[in-house]
Design a protein around this ligand. Structure first.
Ligand code: GDG
Length: 507
């Protein structure tokens, strides 16, 4: 669907390609991270420009490499050069030591260093200027994530009148949490410089609106059918919910391939037991990895009959390794894995298979496909794409999803998944047991429901509804598809007649 007359100008902290110095020479490396692949599908219908940091290289050296990277793509690249001090104080500092923990409700992990704030403002101005210099009136600017919350306001300061939207990939906190931020007014003002603000869930949208009401009394807000309009400083901003999703057909198609099927069968043979519980995350304290391990330990204590029958495959991708909190988390996770394995490992059975590296797409899909249970226990999460990818890869429709009620994805998946409070370790252990003894018909019915939701409300629909909202002249647009799915009326899954009993046999 072609929605735009002009070009789509994507702006994110990083470009989807990175230039690294290897052997003294700058070289292009493949994109890391989910944002690039999530956005890839929207470029099939638009052309434009992607603006972001390209890596630690001189601007001149970056240009030919970015031109090379753009060959065969419908969009070009423009690098925003950042010094190492800017990267450390803007990205590692303000974004990842203040906003990331605060917006995930973990204020005690915040380091409110005033220098971080100075550099955050400076870098947002740089991005605004680079963007303003690159656009014309018919283009649409789509900025992404918590690194660029001030850019909306700074774009207007440059005199740029091109329409601009912003999507927040992480949660937005409730006022009591947000108010802890010393620069709370500036952040809200920055965001209200955009024409459209998109949040992952209604919970995040309403948190944002409550913060505006409390912190910016001069702003006024009107509620429309599917969105809100906030007026502030002679500017109107549409605020709506757009739950991000995945390219379902692509994932499901790849998961159904012979290659992946063969690799999944091989994994199952090698683990030679009935149940594979799978966790896939970046190494991040928001993902509830220690909590998940402790819940698994409780499971093995409470249900000794599951020993030798259940294996937990824990894939944890290295992330933000230069930040102290992340190093400490890695030590905690590795200690727990070795304690639990030390306590329970027996001839022919290791309870936890811990993988601390990046898997290829094929390997990841093989694990998704081979697994019986996808276990997501985020303490808080904007969406959690892993949950949706797991569903897409369940070609045999027999996997069970256990998901934290604090992951954005729970809003859409709650009818087919087992929903848990990740802090309730015994409750998580019970949910794993319940998934192990669940009759196959119930598993299929649940997974069918989940796959229907993810197939229907895919990433293409997400991007289209965002662009439609951004470009609709009167602020009226259809309710974003995922948001509609998230508000399906009715109670939890109807087939819960089969809650597990102690003496139920493990099939
Ligand atoms: C942020 C928000 C929101 C993981 N391990 C491997 C691998 N992955 C890929 C997954 C998935 C992505 O990484 C992780 O996405 P999530 O959504 O689960 O989490 P965050 O990285 O925290 O993402 C989150 C998201 O933005 C989008 O808006 O949902 O809430 O925190 O795509 O497949 N990919 C490969 N090998 C791995 O080992 N190839």
């Amino acid at each position: 669907m072609k929605l735009l007359e002009g070009r789509l100008i994507n702006v994110s902290n990083r470009l989807p390609v990175e230039i690294k110095n290897r052997g003294g020479k700058p070289r292009l490396t493949a994109s890391a991270g989910g944002l690039a692949s999530a956005l890839d599908s929207i470029w099939r219908h638009h052309h434009g420009l992607w603006i972001g940091w390209a890596g630690p290289v001189e601007a001149e050296a970056a240009i030919p490499l970015l031109q090379k990277a753009a060959r065969g793509r419908p969009y070009g690249f423009r690098a925003v050069p950042l010094s190492s001090q800017e990267i450390s104080k803007f990205y590692a500092g303000f974004a990842n030591e203040i906003i990331w923990p605060l917006f995930h409700d973990m204020p005690s992990r915040c380091n409110f260093d005033p220098e971080y704030w100075e550099v955050y403002q400076r870098v947002n101005r740089k991005f605004a200027q680079a963007t303003a210099d690159s656009v014309n009136g018919k283009d649409f600017i789509w900025a992404h994530d918590y690194h660029l919350m001030l850019m909306g306001h700074y774009l207007r300061e440059t005199g740029c009148t091109t329409r601009a939207g912003f999507f927040l990939h992480i949660p937005f906190p409730a006022p009591d949490m947000f108010e802890k931020l010393p620069w709370r007014k500036n952040i809200l003002r920055g965001l209200l410089g955009y024409h459209l603000l998109g949040f992952q869930t209604d919970r995040d949208r309403f948190n944002f609106l409550s913060c505006v009401e409390r912190i910016l009394p001069a702003a006024s807000s009107e509620r429309e059918q599917s969105h809100n309009i906030v007026a502030y400083e002679n500017h109107r901003t549409t605020v709506a919910t757009f739950p991000i999703s995945i390219a379902f057909d692509e994932f499901a198609g790849h998961a159904a391939s012979h290659d992946v099927e063969a690799a999944a069968n091989q994994l199952r043979r090698e683990l030679s037991n009935n149940f594979m519980v799978l966790g896939v995350d970046r190494m991040d304290y928001t993902k509830g990895i220690p909590e998940r391990l402790k819940a698994f330990r409780i499971l093995l204590h409470r249900y000794p009959e599951l020993r030798h029958r259940v294996t937990f495959v824990l894939v944890v991708v290295p992330s933000r390794e230069d930040i102290k909190e992340y190093k400490a988390l890695r030590r905690e996770v590795e200690l727990l894995v070795s304690q639990i394995n030390g306590e329970f490992t027996d001839a022919g059975w290791v309870p936890i298979h811990y993988i601390h590296r990046n898997l290829s797409r094929k390997q990841l899909l093989s694990y998704y496909r081979a697994a019986d249970i996808g276990l997501i226990t985020s303490l808080k999460d904007g969406m959690n794409l892993v949950a949706k990818e797991f569903c897409a890869a369940q070609i045999d429709e027999q996997g069970v999803v256990i998901i934290s009620e604090f992951a954005g994805a729970a809003a859409e998946l709650r009818h087919g998944a087992l929903v848990v409070n990740p802090n309730d370790l015994a409750g998580v252990a019970e949910a794993i047991h319940r998934a192990c003894v669940m009759p196959v018909e119930e598993k299929r019915a649940r997974m069918k429901l989940l796959r229907d939701v993810v197939r229907t409300y895919n990433v293409q629909g997400w991007a289209e509804s965002f662009l439609e909202a951004a470009l609709s002249p009167d602020g009226h647009f259809r309710r974003s598809s995922g948001a509609a799915a998230a508000s399906i009326e009715g109670s939890d899954f109807p087939l819960v007649a089969s809650s597990a009993t102690e003496d139920q046999r493990i099939a």
